[in-house]
Design a protein around this ligand. Structure first.
Ligand code: CA
Length: 227
């Protein structure tokens, strides 16, 4: 069963999340303090996604996030932010979170975000293990990319976008296609996030990012892998 950690000191909210996680088929691991969350993660190294509240009695959610990221790049992290604290979203993403959900949230919204993250980190066993194209070899099991035998370090999002392209060579993908495939159907963020990530990806993988030949632009539509 897929494990999700829920760190929240308010018992009512935590129970509400736990009930809904169970209903969605997840195994919920609970923590009421930051230290407890770090302990639980040590006990259950197979936790795939962690939901972190920010305001906590001991170390805050940002600190917990930083702590987790120091040793674990793979786990998906969702911050629970208060509606009034707009800055929390930015701070959360800067400390290494993948996503955030604003309180009060609906169970459907939260589980959709978790599903999306699990899909991203999941590595479906039925998948082909290696994707290759030109100088690139992507190992789907290890989530690594090499160009001419040299490892290129990608963020989770960059990896997911590139994998989508490599699985669809020569096919024009709209920015909406990329957003849906990588962030999930219920993601309500802006399309611009796709362009920003592609700009970063091009810098990492292209021979010359100003004249991309691998991730090409399809004017007025989106992007394509290969010319
Ligand atoms: Ca709290």
């Amino acid at each position: 069963m897929k494990k999700v950690l829920i760190l929240e000191d308010e018992v009512n909210i935590r129970s509400f999340v736990v009930i809904n996680l169970k209903r969605a088929g997840y195994d919920a691991i609970e923590a009421g303090t930051g230290m407890e969350a770090l302990e639980r993660l040590k006990e259950h190294p197979d936790i795939g996604v962690a939901i972190l509240d920010i305001m906590l009695p001991d170390i805050d959610g940002f600190e917990v996030c930083r702590n987790i990221r120091a040793t674990n790049k793979q786990i998906g992290i969702i911050m629970l932010t208060a509606r009034t604290q707009e800055m929390d979203k930015v701070t959360g993403l800067m400390t290494g979170a993948d996503d955030y959900v604003t309180k009060p949230f609906s169970p459907a919204e939260l589980t959709a975000r978790i599903d999306a993250l699990y899909r991203r980190i999941g590595g479906d066993k039925a998948e082909t293990e290696l994707l290759s194209h030109g100088p690139f070899v992507m190992n789907v099991r290890n989530r690594t990319l090499e160009k001419d035998g040299e490892r290129i370090r990608l963020t989770q999002v960059e990896y997911s976008i590139l994998k989508l392209f490599m699985q669809n060579p020569g096919r024009a993908l709209s920015r909406e296609d990329v957003l849906t495939a990588v962030w999930g159907r219920d993601y309500d963020g802006e399309l611009k996030i796709v362009d920003v990530n592609i700009r970063r990806l091009r810098i990492k993988i292209e021979d010359d990012a100003t004249t991309p030949k691998y991730i090409t632009t399809v004017w007025g539509f989106g992007y394509k892998w290969g010319a």
